[in-house]
Structures are given as structure tokens and as C-alpha cells.
Design a protein around this ligand. Structure first.
Ligand SMILES: Cc1cc2nc3c(=O)[nH]c(=O)nc-3n(C[C@H](O)[C@H](O)[C@H](O)COP(=O)(O)OP(=O)(O)OC[C@H]3O[C@@H](n4cnc5c(N)ncnc54)[C@H](O)[C@@H]3O)c2cc1C
Length: 575
């Protein structure tokens, strides 16, 4: 037992309802990785999940992990090195994260992903052309660091499939058919063979008759569904309990360490002992408006996030309750989001902005960012522009009939698949706005018409020359990754000239908050004086992000969530 400073009152004399070596709070990728690793290191472990479905945001995500020097990259003979990765991370995190944590990530992320491949059902593919998000920084690579989960057969989950949080319709073809990130890229960017691939995927879905009689959901799990489905199956193989409807309320301490948790289970209070430690992996505080108001830049609204509703910062508050320090609370994994009718409510615009024939403007009708920049950077730019001009929040994505016909945008499928006349009437004026002239469009959305007209004129000149002289849209590998390969000279630029014109309202949304409990390189939660709290670990969005204010590449949130879960399991097992 640690001989650190005293923590507070001893635990009450009430008996424990359950006892384990390790209690993991939250069933996202960080929590499940930690649980499996702890089990394999000889610990008894249980996972508590507040919601009636498991998987959290991780289950609805792309499932990608960003892992420099991963074993698949090495096997493919791709160019990467520890020094390049460290230089890149140091530049991206701008001194806001300790070098010890960056080094821990670089050392353990490749081990974590290799361990999961060798010991669990999860399989990854390194993506050869998925560029790091800041190609201009030293040490950036143009591919292979992002890894995409391979498909997983839902039938292997048996009845547990019903409790896996379903993907958002936006990540499926026609809201039904699953795609890997690689397939999505081919179809969206209209690469060679995209139409045949699209037809193959549709046919496979509809011809899977035995499964079609059972479920509308695709049995071919991809992206976050594959990630969480694979990890869940691996937990089942090990008989690791996962308790749904079980919400952490507070941590139990004795004089020196965290010794367990109090939780509410189906309305009843339960006390669960954690002989070696508690790993908090309960996501961020996206849905807690009071915490957003307290910490995030303004304006900020819980309804702008795209994450599931149970992430209300409970574990961050529980950690603070035992003296933990928090950091990066004013940052999020930002993403521009748009309003969607129905169950989904919000969708992030990850890639549409890169495609040619659109422009993003503020209320003055002016651009303020390279539209194809990483999603996090778009929202940072929205806040910066708002501070400068008080004319952002919302921003607007403007496009023309050509863009509308060819490409999806938020909930709008390409017009050639689903024309305006087949879209519910209620979407007009809410989900999207439409007018025959730019002036009329500007009037509808109450932005400056002259500013918009001039912006579009300049954009059209850039489309002709291929050179965006203001913000460099399409000038680097990352921008072009989601461009249309058939559009020349710049796959991210095309004229916005063909009426009718469209607008979508963009809010400063997120795919998770990134501030939380400050941890060290062993994933131990630190108190205000910088000393670890014995028996308490945190990972994922419950912890302050190892990536600091940056988003170095696709997979920069799940990679650390899983890696520091893996590190925590090793540390508390004493390995
Ligand atoms: C559409 C989309 C795509 C994305 N794609 C990627 C990607 O490809 N790569 C990437 O790196 N990131 C991606 N992200 C971001 C990433 O999914 C999240 O940052 C990540 O899943 C957070 O993991 P986590 O384990 O911290 O939290 P979560 O996965 O949200 O898990 C937290 C769990 O804790 C539970 N919980 C909350 N409170 C309690 C409590 N009191 N008691 C018990 N349980 C509790 C929640 O219900 C939830 O199940 C994406 C996000 C979205 C929305």
C-alpha cells in the first residue's frame, strides 16, 4: 500500500456488496481495454456502465486509433520513427503536456494494439494514405499511423448484440449498410471502382436473408461497432462481468487510498470494493450543461455534441471529490455539427467540407478558415473569429446545386440518390436552407449578402486556378484525402455557381470533451500537489487528454483511451 498523504475519512462500516481486484467505470474502448488487460494480468475485474447499452461514444465512432510505429506499419515497410513521432507530438501539443506522458504513449500504444491483435478478437488495418492532421509539422507522416478496425461478425455476440450501442445513421450507407473507413473513403471521393463497391455492399446486406429476418442492423460490424463488438466478445470469452444500468456515484477511500465505489444499480445503491484500484473510463462531460458553462468557451450548448447522453462528467466530479486535479477543461475534441431531425439529433461534418464546391462563412459572409482543416481546428477557428468579429456562432456552409447533386452533406444524401423533392418538407428551413440566388439565401439565413457574393466570387477564381490564396484549401495531403479525385486542378475546389444555392447551419459541436482528471505517465490520477492518489486511475475523456489542445491524426482520442487503460491495468497489477 502506498504511504502517500492521507485522503480523508475512512470508509463507512457498511459491508461491500461485491468485491473485485479492479473496478472499471465505463464501457467505452478505454474501459474495455483496461478490463481485458487487467484480467489477463490475473486480476478479478468488473465493468460498470451507467446506460442500458454498452460502448459509449466509442461504439458510434470511427473506431480508428492513431499509433505511430505500429507493428502493421513496420511490417509494411512504411517510414516512421520514434523520434519523428515525438517531434510531431511535441509540436502539436505546444508544451501543454508533460514529455513523460507523450513518451508513455509512444512506447505503449504499439504494444497495446499488438496485444489486442494477439489476444483478442480485434483486428486492425493500417491506412496507407490517411495523413496526419498537421502535415506541415516536423515529424508528420502522410499515412499508416491511423488504423481502421476490420469488420466483425455480430453473430459472434449472440444476445449481447442487442445491447451494443448502435451506430449513427450517418456512418452507414442509406442509414443501414456498414462500411469500413477505407470503403467510405473510396465511395465518398469517387475513387476508381466506387460504384461497384457500393453495389457489392448493398447486395451483401440485402442478400443476407437469415440475418435480415432477425434484424435491420447490419451483421457486418465496422468502425466503432467492430471495435466494441470485438472487445465485448473478448470479455465474454473471459467471463468478465459487464453491469449495465450501474452508475458510479462516488469513490470510497480509506485514510490513504481509493478502496472502492458507490454506485446506483437499477435504482439501488451498491458498494463495490476495488482491492487494487478503480479505473475511471466514463467519458467526458459533453451533456452536462452546467459543466460546459463553467469550463468551455462561450457560447456552448450540450445539444451541439454528437455523443451519447450518459456522458455527464460523473467520474470527473467523483475524482474531484477525492482531491484530484483537473486540466484542459476549456478544450474539447471539437467538431462542427449540424442539426438532424429524429433520433440522431446532431451530426458531425467530418469530411463534407473537404469536397469541392462549398465554402464556410460567418455572419459577414466572410471565410475564416480552410474549410478542409481538421474538424477540431474548424471549431477553434469559429471561436477565434467570434472573439474577433462577434459574427460567428453559428457559421454557415454554403454550396450549390452541383455539390448538392454529387455529394452527401450532413443528413442530406447526394441529390442524385435522394433529390430535394423526396426530402421531408420539415427539413427545409431547419436542416437546410435553399434559394435561387445567393442574395436570397443570405436574406433567409440573415447574413451579409454582399460579403457572401464577394466571397463566392473569390472562391470561384481559386477553383479555376486551383490555388486558394486566402486559406490554402486543398494545398496539403490531409485536405486532399477527402477531396474528389476527379476534380482538377484542386480536388477540394470547384465553382459555386449553379443555382439553387444551399446553406447549412454549423454549430461549435464536439465528439467529446478533452479536459478531465490530470494523470501521470502510469495513468494514475494526480492530486492538486502533483502526487498520485493511490488506487485511482483514469483514461479516455475522463482524463485530461495526452494530446493537449491538438488532434494529431485520426484515432487520437481512442488510441490514448485504450493505451492508458492498458497502462493502468499493468500498473495496478504491479507489472
Ligand atoms: C461519430 C464519431 C466518430 C468518432 N471517430 C473516432 C475515431 O475514429 N477515432 C478516435 O480516436 N475517436 C473518434 N471519436 C471520438 C471518440 O469516440 C471518443 O473520444 C471516445 O470514444 C471516448 O472514449 P471514452 O472511453 O473516454 O468514452 P466513451 O466511449 O463515451 O465511454 C464512456 C462510457 O462511460 C459511461 N458512463 C458515463 N458516466 C458513467 C457513470 N457515472 N457510471 C458508469 N458509467 C458511466 C457512458 O455511458 C459510456 O458508455 C469519434 C466520435 C464520434 C462521435
Amino acid at each position: 500500500m502506498s504511504s502517500g498523504p492521507r485522503l480523508g475519512a475512512p470508509p463507512s462500516e457498511a459491508p461491500w456488496d461485491h468485491e473485485f481486484d479492479v473496478v472499471v467505470v465505463g464501457s467505452g474502448a478505454g474501459g474495455l481495454t483496461a478490463a481485458i488487460a487487467a484480467h489477463d494480468l490475473g486480476q478479478s475485474v468488473a465493468v460498470l456502465e451507467k446506460s442500458d447499452q454498452y460502448g459509449g461514444t466509442s461504439a458510434i465512432s470511427g473506431g480508428g486509433v492513431w499509433v505511430p510505429c505500429n507493428h502493421l506499419l513496420v511490417a509494411a515497410g512504411a517510414d516512421d520513427s520514434h523520434d519523428d513521432a515525438l517531434a510531431y507530438l511535441k509540436a502539436a501539443t505546444r508544451g501543454m503536456v508533460s514529455e513523460a506522458r507523450l513518451l508513455a504513449y509512444l512506447e505503449h500504444a504499439p504494444r497495446m494494439v499488438r496485444y489486442l491483435e494477439e489476444k483478442t478478437c480485434l483486428r486492425y488495418r493500417a491506412m496507407p494514405r490517411y495523413s496526419d492532421y498537421y502535415p506541415a509539422l516536423a515529424g508528420a507522416k502522410s499515412g499508416y499511423r491511423t488504423m481502421d478496425p476490420l469488420p466483425f461478425n455480430a453473430a459472434r455476440l449472440g444476445d449481447e448484440f442487442a445491447r451494443l450501442r448502435p451506430p449513427q445513421p450517418g456512418t452507414l450507407i442509406a442509414g443501414r449498410v456498414a462500411m469500413t473507413a477505407g470503403e467510405a473513403h473510396v465511395i465518398l471521393c469517387k475513387e476508381r471502382g466506387w460504384a461497384a463497391l457500393f453495389m457489392r455492399r448493398m447486395l451483401r446486406y440485402w442478400m443476407d436473408l437469415p440475418w435480415r429476418f432477425r434484424s435491420k442492423r447490419d451483421r457486418r460490424l465496422t468502425l466503432g461497432s467492430s471495435l466494441i463488438g470485438s472487445l465485448r466478445r473478448s470479455m465474454m470469452d473471459r467471463d468478465i462481468p459487464l453491469w449495465l444500468n450501474t452508475a458510479l456515484e462516488s469513490l470510497v477511500t480509506d485514510a490513504r487510498r481509493v478502496v472502492g465505489v458507490v454506485a446506483t444499480q437499477n435504482g439501488r445503491t451498491v458498494r463495490i470494493a476495488a482491492r487494487r484500484g478503480v479505473i475511471l473510463a466514463a467519458g467526458g462531460f459533453e451533456h452536462n450543461q452546467a459543466m460546459r458553462d463553467e469550463y468551455l468557451p462561450k457560447p456552448t450548448r450540450a445539444e451541439w455534441t454528437v455523443t451519447p447522453p450518459a456522458n455527464t462528467g460523473d467520474a470527473i466530479r467523483a475524482g474531484q471529490g477525492v482531491g484530484a486535479q483537473v486540466a484542459l477543461m476549456d478544450h474539447a475534441w471539437w467538431a462542427p455539427t449540424v442539426f438532424v431531425m429524429g433520433r440522431e439529433k446532431r451530426r458531425a461534418l467530418f469530411v463534407e467540407r473537404n469536397l469541392p464546391g462549398c465554402v464556410m462563412v460567418n455572419r459577414l459572409g466572410n471565410r475564416f478558415v480552410d474549410e478542409a482543416a481538421p474538424y477540431s481546428e474548424i471549431v477553434y477557428a469559429m471561436y477565434a473569429d467570434h472573439r474577433k468579429n462577434n459574427a460567428n456562432m453559428p457559421a454557415w456552409l454554403i454550396f450549390d446545386a452541383g455539390f448538392r447533386r454529387k455529394y452527401p452533406c450532413g443528413p442530406l444524401l447526394p441529390g442524385m440518390v435522394r433529390p430535394d423533392k423526396s426530402i421531408p418538407a420539415a427539413w427545409a428551413g431547419t436542416v437546410y436552407f435553399k434559394a435561387d440566388t445567393l442574395d436570397d439565401l443570405a436574406a433567409q439565413i440573415e447574413i451579409d449578402a454582399k460579403g457572401l457574393r464577394e466571397t463566392v466570387e473569390r472562391m470561384n477564381q481559386y477553383a479555376a486556378s486551383g490555388d486558394d490564396k486566402e486559406f490554402g484549401k486543398g494545398s496539403n495531403n490531409f485536405d486532399r484525402y477527402y477531396g474528389d479525385v476527379n476534380v482538377k486542378p484542386n480536388p477540394c475546389l470547384a465553382p459555386i455557381a449553379k443555382p439553387p444555392f444551399y446553406a447549412m447551419r454549423i454549430d461549435a459541436g464536439d465528439i467529446g470533451t478533452k479536459g478531465g482528471l490530470l494523470t501521470d505517465e502510469c495513468a494514475r490520477v494526480l492530486r492538486e500537489d502533483g502526487q498520485p492518489i493511490a488506487g485511482l486511475y483514469a483514461t479516455g475523456n475522463t482524463s485530461a487528454a495526452v494530446m493537449g489542445p491538438s488532434y494529431p491524426g485520426a484515432g487520437s482520442t481512442l488510441g490514448p483511451a485504450m493505451t492508458f487503460g492498458y497502462i493502468a491495468a499493468h500498473h495496478l497489477a504491479g507489472v
